[in-house]
Structure formats: C-alpha cells, structure tokens
Ligand binder design. Structure first.
Ligand code: FMN
Length: 361
C-alpha cells in the first residue's frame, strides 16, 4: 500500500470507545513481561517501555494483580500498595506526556499460580478446589506444579470483589484512563464462568446465571468506581488454555454478553483462539452491540479489513509491539517490522524489553 493510501486507512483514524477518545485504532494488547521490581512495583524500565509505545491508539497494560492473592507469575506488577501506585503514576505520566491513552488490565489469576511467586501470606484461591494440570515458572525453583487452590467462601468472594474495587480506585489515583477486566486465559473470572472449574452449588455456581454472577458483580463494582464508559472486558470464549473446560462455551458467553450489554461498557475485547472452533468474533458481534476490539494474529491489512467490515471498532496487537515500539508509524509508512527474541520475553532487565529501537532506516 502506498504511504498516502496507508494514511487514510481505517485503523489510523480516531476512535471512540465509551468515554475514551483514541487517536487511532491500533491498540497495544496486554502483555505480561515480568519486569516488576521488589514489592511488585513497576519501575523506570516500565516507564521507558510504555512511554516508547504511546503512539498506540491505546495501551492496555500487562496483567496487574489487584491484590497479593491475585498474583501467580514471577515479577508481575500489582496495584494495591502506595509504592505500586507511585510506580504506575510515572508510567501514566510518560504515556500522557506523549499524547497517549493507557488503561490498566486487572488480572487476578486465581488458581494459575505458585505460592513460590507470591508473598508468604498470600493465598491461591479459586471458585472450587480444582488444581490446574500443568506447570508454572518460578524464580525460586524453575517449573513447578500449579498450587491446589482454596475454595473461596462467599465472604472471600466479597473480599475479592473489594480488592478489585480498591485497585480500581488506585488506578484512578495513578492517572489511568480506565480499566480492563481480564476474564480470559483461564484466570479467576473465567474460572467462575466455566463448568470445569466452578463446581459450586451456591449463589456463585450450579446454574449458568450463577456462574456469570462473579464477573457481573466485578464489572458493576468497576463501573461504580470509574463509570461503565471507562471499563472494558476481555474474553476468549472456549479457549482451553490453562486447563479450562466448559460444557457449553457458546451458551456461557451468549448469556454473559447478553447480561453485560445493558451496562454500556467502554468496550468488549475479544480474542479468537485457534485452539477452539468457536467463532468468537461472530458471537461477539451478534451479542454485544457496543464497541468491540478484536485480537489474535492480525496484521495491518487484516486489521483494516476488520474495521471496514464493521466487525471491529479497533484491533489490538500484542507480539508486533514487542520489537516495534513505533508500530503505528511503521504501519502508516509501510515500513518493515522487526522480529522479537522469545528468550527475553519474561527475563528481568532491559534486554528484550526496552532494547528495541524505533525504525532507523
Ligand atoms: C509475552 C506475552 C504476554 C501476554 N500477557 C498477557 C496478559 O498479561 N494479559 C492478556 O490478556 N493477554 C496476554 N497475552 C496475550 C496477548 O494480549 C494477545 O492476546 C496474543 O498475543 C495474540 O495477539 P497477537 O497475535 O497480536 O500477538 C500475552 C501475549 C504475549 C505474547
């Protein structure tokens, strides 16, 4: 495509998602990069990393735990302590100084955790005490089995929703533009939604409506703090990643989107997984009338096509942003993309994180 043609592409035009006004539709998808410092605080490297990517229409941060209990992986940042808040404040300032928009992805991993990655007094919790099969990396002992989670009591569920609320308030103080609830990838919200991980027979499980309740209550809580038009929801219907199973994912997500449609959320962020035959994009289009961000495996041409067809308001890109901080400019000018190094995706330090320069040709 010529440079002139690219400049008029749908992806490069401003987009509105609820109360969020974006300068283009190229969203940076959330990516865990495991660079947080002691106390799970995002440091100077995170400021440089996100600041360099501020030309994205919107940055969705790496998954960030709303409490110590919500952590599962090594070196992921939190947003519940004063030090974490101060760290994130420096990140949002850098992104805003460059004219960008940034929302916090709230990620409570539930059972996808090792206690070796957590504070000593933090617990691994889930809707039911069902251990995920598989292993997780820890700095202390390499790959280890997932923890067997403790089943949350109803009071524990209320406390967990309270943790989301507190972290959402901290996100406001830290200067974010909104929050996204991570309800994909087999983490706590998806554990509540799915029949394989939610064996409860109380107000939070046993029927489809009760399995939806946790996600709906968390979203209502986030909307109380932020206004629904600054709250996004991320889903990946039917994805088996992290040992997830559901008897009827189409039924589950049809009902979920029906229930959340009336909330007027800022956006729905839908991942299409190659590991399931479910057409998540068609399901989202049929069941969610608000703005939709689509994800997984897009390039510039297919992203533009998704906007032109009306399937998407915006498209998110994860891997392409790793080695291309100036991805939007590369797309606009038809420049080649750099490749990233897998070995440094989750390693501490600048290498493979802030070491990728903008285009220099
Ligand atoms: C290194 C890495 C870390 C990721 N971490 C997260 C995360 O914290 N939260 C999340 O919702 N998705 C996460 N994802 C998934 C991406 O957001 C995205 O859905 C996936 O990479 C597909 O998009 P792409 O084809 O543009 O890379 C991660 C992906 C990668 C490659």
């Amino acid at each position: 495509m010529s440079a002139d043609g690219a400049r008029t592409s749908a992806l490069l035009r401003p987009v509105t998602l609820g109360a969020l006004s974006l300068r283009n539709g190229v969203i940076m998808a959330p990516m865990t990069r495991s660079r947080a410092g002691p106390g799970d605080v995002p440091g100077a490297l995170a400021v440089a990393y996100y600041g360099a990517r501020a030309s994205a229409g919107m940055i969705i941060t790496e998954g960030t735990q709303p409490s110590a209990h919500g952590k599962g992986y090594a070196r992921t940042p939190g947003l519940y302590s004063a030090e974490q808040l101060a760290g994130w404040q420096r990140v949002t300032e850098a992104v805003h100084a460059a004219g960008g928009t940034i929302v916090l992805q709230m990620m409570h991993v539930g059972r996808i955790a090792s206690r070796l990655n957590k504070d000593a007094d933090a617990r691994t919790v889930a809707p039911s005490a069902v251990r995920a099969s598989g292993r997780i990396f820890t700095d202390a002992a390499g790959l280890v089995e997932f923890d067997t989670p403790l089943e949350l009591s109803v009071e524990g569920i209320r406390d967990t929703i309270g943790e989301y609320a507190q972290s959402a308030r901290a996100a406001q103080l830290a200067g974010f533009d909104g929050v996204e609830l991570h309800a994909a990838s087999g983490y706590l919200p998806m554990q509540f939604l799915s029949t394989g991980t939610n064996l409860r027979r109380d107000a939070y499980g046993g029927t489809l409506a009760k399995r939806l309740r946790f996600v709906i209550e968390v979203l209502e809580t986030l909307a109380e703090v932020w206004g629904a038009d600054r709250v996004g929801l991320r889903i990946c219907p039917g994805n088996p990643f992290n040992d997830m199973r559901d008897e009827d994912p189409v039924g589950t997500y049809t009902a979920l989107l029906g229930a959340v449609s009336a909330m007027d959320l800022a956006y729905l962020h839908v991942i299409r997984s190659p590991l399931t035959s479910i057409d998540a994009f068609a399901l989202a289009r049929a069941c969610f009338p608000g703005p939709r961000i689509l994800n997984d495996g897009f390039d510039f041409a297919s992203g533009n096509a998704a906007l032109d067809s009306g399937a998407a308001a915006a498209v998110s890109y994860a891997r392409n942003f790793i080695a291309n901080p100036d991805l939007v400019e590369r797309y606009a000018r038809g420049l080649p993309l750099a490749a990233f190094d897998r070995r440094t995706l989750y390693t501490p330090g600048a290498e493979g994180y802030t070491s990728y320069p903008p285009y220099a040709g």
